[in-house]
Design a binder for this molecule. Structure first.
Ligand code: HMG
Length: 392
């Protein structure tokens, strides 16, 4: 039985910060961001858009009524969750009107979480072949204004519907993971933004890639020549490019090296315009590859490198299924261009705004008309979400 990704959806916020504007305001050379990090724009989320609304919107864009009857597990990977106790998956299960006899929970290990979720979903479908599992990777990446990480923020969610006989990608049973206890990036409960040892984190990322890839090749008897594309976790695309250069096999025919490089370029297009979306970053890269590469064909094997600070890394692969193109969008880049640009002052106000609760724990919000789902109010400390009705 083949198991894998049957559908992929994506959602991001309606606002965008152009990094040339940020560079100008911060007094840094715009080339540092466009060439040094390979980034162009960041999605900026207001208070009414959080990882619940983004996750629900990503899923809503792909689910049919039939899917909602068949899904029996909802797993949300996130590191910007909205409650220490109640899982965001429970809110999202309700917003999506998924049948009640489902297991819904949240999973965490920095940007790595969704990779573990996919493997757990696969085990579940092996046991219950008729089931469909919804895996969401949803985050808002916030480092703070004037920090080195500021140009690598972002907001967005990826939704993946897993089933047997998938129509996009079939997983291979070849995952190799590595755990190392390091403090490269972490966010204590009392802090709204992470603590980061930036350069150290890039070294951990690259070394985890090198050592996990060596172990993967040894265990699986595969090498770069077996792959049409390699997708990376994308905290910012330049780091992934360094990763590709690190594992590039110079003895491969030039045409295959070129194909890997071209496919890499296709895989970073969305992240360059959205920024880091933590748990969803790797899969946004995968979606970008699938929707923008003109070199892929059914049967091609794609490698995926997942990295979550702290740190856990994993490499696994999946094969493209015949007809995969039919499940994808042709208009994603145009849609990203419809986001409303913000001045740096407006970005600072919007992105770092915090809910002002009264003594009873109430706050109400407005200005969410263009969202798919919204946090509309907090009533006695309870977050209230709704699908936004669109006036025709
Ligand atoms: P920085 O201050 O931009 O670092 O911070 P930099 O001064 O080293 O500059 C970056 C690059 O720009 C360098 O290129 C410069 O040479 C180049 P490199 O040497 O690396 O090839 N540069 C220029 N290029 C062209 N024209 C110029 C110019 N000036 C400089 N004029 C840093 C970079 C990554 C530290 C910062 O952005 C940061 O702290 N980011 C957040 C942490 C991060 O993203 N880490 C990545 C690995 S950890 C990870 O992936 C996990 C994560 O997603 C979280 C999770 O798992 O939950 C973050």
């Amino acid at each position: 039985m083949t198991i894998g990704i049957d559908k992929i959806g994506f959602a991001t916020s309606n606002y965008v910060l152009k990094l040339k504007d940020l560079a100008e305001e911060r007094g840094i050379d715009p080339d540092k961001l466009s060439k040094g990090l390979l980034l162009k724009e960041l999605s900026i989320a207001p208070l009414t858009e959080d990882m619940v609304t983004l996750g629900a919107a990503a899923a809503d864009s792909i689910l049919t009524a039939e899917d909602r009857k068949k899904i029996d597990m909802v797993i949300v990977a996130t590191e910007s969750g909205i409650d220490q106790s109640k899982a965001s998956a429970v809110f999202i299960h309700g917003l999506l009107d998924i049948q009640p006899f489902a297991r819904s929970f949240e999973i965490k290990e920095a940007c790595y979480g969704a990779t573990a979720a996919l493997d757990y979903a696969k085990l579940h479908i092996e046991k219950y072949p008729d089931s469909k599992v919804l895996v969401l990777a949803s985050d808002i990446a916030k480092y703070g204004a004037h920090t080195p990480g500021e140009p690598t923020q972002g907001a967005g969610a990826i939704a993946m519907l897993l089933s047997r006989n998938p129509r996009i990608l079939a997983f291979n049973d070849d995952n190799v993971a590595q755990t190392r206890d390091v403090m490269d990036f972490w966010r204590p409960n009392y802090s709204a933004t992470p603590y980061v040892n930036g350069i150290y984190s890039t070294q951990q990322y690259l070394d985890s890639l090198k050592t996990t890839w060596a172990e993967y090749q040894k265990r699986q008897g595969l090498s770069l020549k077996d792959f049409a594309a390699f997708c990376f976790h994308l905290p910012y695309p330049k780091l992934a490019l360094k990763g590709l250069n690190k594992i590039m096999d110079k003895s491969l025919p030039q045409a295959q090296q070129d194909q890997l490089k071209d496919n890499f370029e296709a895989s970073i297009l969305y992240s360059q315009k959205v920024g880091n979306i933590y748990t969803g970053s790797l899969f946004l890269g995968l979606l970008s590859l699938l929707e923008n590469s003109d070199q892929l064909k059914a049967g091609d094997k794609i490698a995926l490198f997942s990295y979550g600070s702290g740190a856990v890394a994993e490499i696994f692969s999946a094969d493209l299924v015949p007809g995969y193109e039919e499940q994808l969008s042709q208009t994603r880049l145009e849609e990203l261009n419809l986001r409303q640009p913000l001045s740096v002052a407006d970005y600072e106000q919007l992105f770092f705004a915090e809910a002002q609760l009264d003594e009873a724990g109430n706050a109400s919000f407005s200005g969410y008309e263009n969202q798919t789902f919204a946090l509309t109010e907090i009533a006695e400390h309870q977050r209230k979400y709704s699908k936004v009705e669109k006036s025709s």
